[in-house]
Design a binder for this molecule. Sequence first.
Ligand SMILES: Nc1ncnc2c1ncn2[C@@H]1O[C@H](COP(=O)(O)OP(=O)(O)OP(=O)(O)O)[C@@H](O)[C@H]1O
Ligand SMILES: [Mg+2]
Length: 754
Amino acid sequence: MSPADHLTPSQRAAVECIDGPLLVLAGPGSGKTRVVTHRIAHLVEQGVPPHQILAITFTNKAAGEMADRVGRLLPGARVQVSTFHRFCARLLRRYASVVGLQPNYTILDAADQKQVLRRVINELDLDTVHYSPEKVGYRISTAKNDLRTSEDVQRQYEESIADHWQAVIARVYPAYQRWLLESNSVDFDDLLLHVAMMLVENPELRQELDSRFRYILVDEYQDTNAAQYQIIAALSQEYPNLCVTGDPDQSIYGWRGARIENILRFEREYPDAQVVRLEQNFRSTQAILRSADRLIGHNTQRKAKRLLTDNEEGDAVELLEFTDAHDEADGLARRIRELVESGGATYGDVAVFYRVNALSRQLELALLRHRVPFQVAAGVAFYDRAEIKDALSYLRLIYNPNDRSAFLRVVNTPLRGLGETSQRRLVAWAADNGVNFLEAAARAKEIPRLTKRAIAGFERFARLMGEFSLADAGSVEKLLLTVLDRTGFTRPWEGSLNEQDQQRLANVQELVTAARQFDAVRGDEPDLEAFLEQTSLVNETDSLDPAAGQVTLMTLHAAKGLEFPHVYILGVEEGLLPHERAVRDAGKRELEEERRLLFVGMTRAERRLWLTQTVTREFRGRTLHTIPSTFLAELEYNRVDASAGGDLFPEWQAVPQPAEKKKSLPRNAEGKLDFGGAGKITTAANLLNGSSEAVELPRGFAMGMRVRHPRYGVGTVTEVGGFGARRTVTVRFAEADRVEKFVAAKAPLQPLGT
Ligand SMILES: Nc1ncnc2c1ncn2[C@@H]1O[C@H](COP(=O)(O)OP(=O)(O)OP(=O)(O)O)[C@@H](O)[C@H]1O
Ligand SMILES: [Mg+2]
């Protein structure tokens, strides 16, 4: 047996318990996911037909990996491994009519959803500033995740005294649903809600599906919401062979409706459930585990559980202190490069996590500067780009001619002289005449008050759309190419020297590549439906390639379930982690979720774990003194002054400074960087000056000036740019044969004169 197949006795017990409900409750790195994979294989080996097995994971990536592993353990077995959303999308495709949809329904993304809401809110004569699409959308989403349909919300409102928000939602939600239905489309939450309701309202169908999916496995069960819970429960009545694995301490999606209670009440719902606890962690060193364990011990809403490991003690968790985000980004890039160059790791072994996406920008730039290869988990970002959405909207409209959002996205893209007013007239006329927008466009002559130009434009558009067909094109790639060609989609950017236009062209090209790759997997049967589904149900981690040999950057939320030998967690500061929203929360619920989030991040690390903190950080355009995260006091770590002006550059520190010009960072009595700033707004440059007034550089650099750098030796200033705190100085180091750009205020450069 290879090590990849080894199971502990308790893991084996979970794998081999075939019938009846089973709860695997265990901490991070204890093999829960491994149990799920092995259990699938075991079920098949025991003669369970693969099509009776349904495994649900949290991300597409996890689903793919699990399917691969099952395939390796059992070549040829086709087991359905999927995320909740994909599983529901497929089920809904089959039973669309049950909920009033047609099988070729399309899935709205977050931007479409906002657009539709804006329209609906407008049509209801409500104020879109006060009742913004974002706020309204959030409330509708919450209702859906809690299994409240628009009828429920309306009824509730009519039956009880309500506040103004309830009144607004009671009007917007039904109108929004009507729009979706007429558009034969759904939003993400609908995928779950429709399926959950369909199962509740159709006992026969429920029974049929319960008997079809006799063995269900759900990983990361602690993050299921009410709708997901309902779906799983409905499919596990006559055949309650339901195995759920999870860790309440890793529940981090409460803000999206996940209910930690789902896992806690499992034993009550299924009194004959077997419960398996796994206590050995195979992932992390003792030092990492102890620190994470101490942190999570501060949550009050939890059942205590022990994390043990036979792994070595390992190095202590370190808190790296930097002066500011630039210093932090530069310092991390440098450290990562040094780690790899010293042979301690490969780039693929390293991951950097952050609480909010915005924190990655500076780091990305620094990694580029230091030539450190990296990948960013941002699967959605690509599909969020306007040009990609537009191109996909053409495909959506071809697939589902009722798709109103897709129609409105592309009817005037590229420009066809069909402005807002013309579009509004068309929309109104289509509604009055009960036809879809595409048909209305074809009959534009009948629409009152349209200009000749608009009529011609709409007619041309309808004719054009009528010409596209997947069958004629033969593949998704060819269909996409035909659309791009016939619509002149990329023409406005072709030949342009503008960087943004070039990017757009490249992105569209990338979409064509994606279509080609998709076709290749499908073989001779082009499948537009599956392509659209894949592009609309993307996860942040979809694009990651573990074999790429690159440093991985991602949010803490996306890191769930993953593991890396070396992990950095950025910005362990009050307001960032815990997030400011949670800090303001009077109850402790959100704070506890933030603590779990840090816990999840820390327990991804196998060998080394570093947290970072800066003295000042720019926040919404202002540079503020940071306050250390509450969580730091709850952890076990060693503090390391990692600022460019600190220990990393002992030579620089040794340079004598004129007494009246204090150029070092504020330090406390023990010589540590002083993070105790009273929240005064100060810039990094001011800090270096020891003044809080005007930004003045600690020293002036001039072109041609000779300077000494602790590592690169003597160099000559070749360029000075920017102003104040942003002043940069570029130096050519002859000996080291390199050119480096520094932020002047923080450059560890000793002037030697010209
Ligand atoms: N019995 C075992 N022997 C050796 N290695 C194991 C064993 N069980 C699990 N592992 C390894 O330990 C690591 C963690 O396992 P796994 O990812 O399944 O844990 P998990 O409980 O799902 O963690 P998380 O809660 O973070 O999702 C993996 O690298 C896995 O291969
Ligand atoms: Mg797992």
